[in-house]
Ligand binder design. Structure first.
Ligand SMILES: NC(=O)c1ccc[n+]([C@@H]2O[C@H](COP(=O)([O-])OP(=O)(O)OC[C@H]3O[C@@H](n4cnc5c(N)ncnc54)[C@H](OP(=O)(O)O)[C@@H]3O)[C@@H](O)[C@H]2O)c1
Length: 359
């Protein structure tokens, strides 16, 4: 495959809050990296995440490439690469958009460490589907399985007996993947979503699902999980809600355990039950590079190694059907369509689906 010297990419402009398609040099590979010809990218979801994308535009550095979730074809590999990833493989993954001038998914080509992509088995997922296993999927993996987060059992191992985990926000991208990952390891999953997504979350492995808007949701969760010994851990996938507090309460008044949450601890939730700890998780730490979100996060080899080890399991999880992609809403226009897609997302019409662009 002929590799071009320059590529088109969505780049943050000097004036923050603004990004546009720009011609830039093709990323230069480090020894252990792969160059991927991007075929599809996914955008993070509705209102709260639009704020997140705007946050990235705000804290992101001018000249850096936007975009995190991708699927594509390996076009070249770094000189000292020892993994089994080969030129021509379909791979998918997650990179930190808005932080680097030569790393970002909204581009015709991107570079990524070879151990932080997974090879999509032939005949399983399209590029559009595989691109949905990015930020949300990785976040669910880190939150549930990393030893310093919930430290739960990873498939193909299975838990014994009845073990319940509560997922607040079962129909978010993070939640949809968390439910599947938990079910694959034999956990029973209690979750909440809108009633329009009850069937979807059940089809992916939720044992019970309740309406997060119902005043009875907490009583229903406790009634469903107490006969099996109550919940042993919880994941809150929602930032702009009372999810943290509900997750703490789901352990019951005498409960002990941990809630892993995608945003920082909220005072009310922390104060509610001192025997239930609240721990935030941030997926960018799994990329093994220092980054600055107003606060400097040092590179975490431990977080990267955990993710790299888990990614080796993903091809089999996908092949067996244990992990299914998020529902795809294809948006026309490729890189040039991303601005319009973002505007559509601001309307808040998406529910339990990912906006995906073909590149
Ligand atoms: N810490 C990290 O590293 C990290 C990584 C990834 C994402 N995040 C954050 O995690 C959150 C989830 O992101 P996402 O990409 O999975 O998708 P998302 O935008 O949160 O998913 C949209 C879903 O949110 C559900 N929802 C809306 N309001 C809700 C509420 N009050 N309670 C429960 N569910 C509600 C809706 O479900 P219904 O249609 O069923 O109502 C909708 O389908 C976002 O806030 C994102 O910024 C953090």
């Amino acid at each position: 495959m002929a590799i071009p010297e320059t590529i088109r990419a969505v780049v943050i402009k000097e004036v923050r809050w603004c990004a546009s398609v720009t011609e830039i040099p093709i990323p230069k590979l480090e020894d252990d990296e792969v160059l991927v010809q991007v075929k599809a990218v996914a955008q993070i979801l509705p209102i709260r995440n639009v704020y997140f994308l705007q946050f990235i535009l705000m804290v992101g550095y001018p000249g850096t490439i936007l975009g995190c979730d991708f699927s594509g074809i390996v076009a070249a590999v770094g000189p000292s690469l020892t993994t089994s990833v080969k030129v021509g493989d379909q791979v998918a993954g997650f990179v930190q958009g808005g932080h680097f001038k030569d790393r970002g998914a909204f581009a015709e080509y991107l570079k990524a460490p070879a151990d932080l992509v997974w090879v999509v088995p032939k005949g399983t997922l399209s590029h559009e589907e595989a691109a949905t296993l990015g930020c949300g999927f990785w976040t669910a993996v880190q939150a549930l399985f990393h030893p310093t987060r919930l430290g739960l059992t990873e498939s193909p191992a299975k838990v014994e007996g009845e073990k319940w985990v509560f997922v607040y926000g079962g129909s978010t991208s993070v939640g949809l993947f968390a439910i599947q990952l938990l079910a694959a390891a034999g956990y029973k999953v209690a979750t909440v979503s809108s009633p329009r997504n009850f069937e979807l979350v059940k089809s992916l492995g939720a044992t019970v699902v309740f309406d997060y808007k119902s005043p009875n949701a907490l009583d229903q969760i406790i009634a469903a999980t107490t006969p099996g010994g109550g919940i042993i851990g919880a994941l809150n996938t929602q930032g702009a809600s009372d999810g943290q507090l509900l997750a703490v309460k789901a352990f019951g008044p005498e409960g002990k355990g941990k809630v892993v949450t995608i945003l920082g601890p909220k005072d009310e939730a922390v104060a509610y039950n001192p025997n239930v700890t609240i721990q935030p998780t941030l997926i960018y730490t799994a990329l093994g590079r220092e980054f600055n979100f107003g606060e400097v996060f040092p590179a975490s080899k431990e977080d990267k190694d955990h993710m790299a080890a888990f990614l080796t399991k993903v091809p089999e999880l996908v092949k067996s059907g244990a992990i299914k992609p998020n529902r795809v809403k294809l948006w026309e226009g490729g890189l040039d369509g991303i601005e319009g897609g973002l505007a559509y997302m601001k309307e808040g019409k998406l529910s339990a689906e990912k906006l995906v662009y073909k590149i």
